[in-house]
Design a protein around this ligand. Sequence first.
Ligand code: C2E
Ligand code: MG
Ligand code: MG
Ligand code: MG
Length: 278
Amino acid sequence: GSKGQGGNHYSFYTAEMGAQAYEHLRMEGALQRALQRQEFLLHYQPVVDIGSGVVTGVEALLRWQPLDREMVSPAEFIPLAEETGLIVPIGDWVLATAMRQQKAWVDAGLPPVRVSVNLSARQFLGQDVAQRVGVLLKETGCDPAFLTLEITESVLMENPVAATETMGRLAAMGVQLAIDDFGTGYSSLASLKRFPIHSLKIDRSFVMDLTQDADDAAIVNAVIALAHSMKLNVIAEGVETQEQLAFLQQHGCDQMQGYCFSRPVAPQGIEAMLRREA
Ligand code: C2E
Ligand code: MG
Ligand code: MG
Ligand code: MG
């Protein structure tokens, strides 16, 4: 009905906006139902000690498997889940499920494996995540010494005071904290000193061209050296080739994750891997 005022251009524009808003609503409903119908699951990607090749941990990665459709990758629904606030109940499910899994592997007699869980900004800053983790530690029997929570630099920079307080409480429970996608945000290594962090995860974008791009190689080296001088553990993400692995090994990177070792897999796959190692 806007044709009279704005001409075709205007009505085209509103139709476009309407389609976007509709798609947004449709996805929001689908995500809400996915939670009720238990269509979410976790895959786990091994985190490997670069020196020994031993699997020391796993990162829990969210997957959405709608009934009779293809698995949806988190890149496609996490931004919307963040926007709508659905990330809070979804993230809570992830946390509880990963912590239960950690305990289940211990109960199955496997060597203890560190489980890392990604926390969104909204989860970390918008609710009392420390209190929630405390409750879940009791409920699940997960060992806090084998739990790592991953947050991004932007979360720290958005509200450093609240972040410091929450991190302090988590650290006091014995939970470790890692900075994910390191290098893509705006924090400096110096500013990280004030936070009780255990690990830095070098973003995949720097690892990708490591062996071709001298700047990326220099960045990765600098991050490893400075992190070590601050007594932080360094993990490289997205290691795909033997060349990248060799570089990281030579330059003293502690751990790595990547397709060259394993893609994220179902929990049974991790269990088999751990059994082979034990
Ligand atoms: P992230 O936390 O940085 O996780 C690493 C991503 O890199 C994963 O993508 C993993 O599958 C992928 N990856 C690992 N090794 C390689 C490699 O060698 N090559 C390539 N090309 N990719 C590799 P995924 O599972 O699609 O997750 C994407 C992002 O979605 C995650 O990035 C994280 O930011 C977010 N995410 C995943 N699960 C959760 C969750 O439970 N909660 C929240 N808040 N975010 C999540
Ligand atoms: Mg992560
Ligand atoms: Mg990452
Ligand atoms: Mg990421």
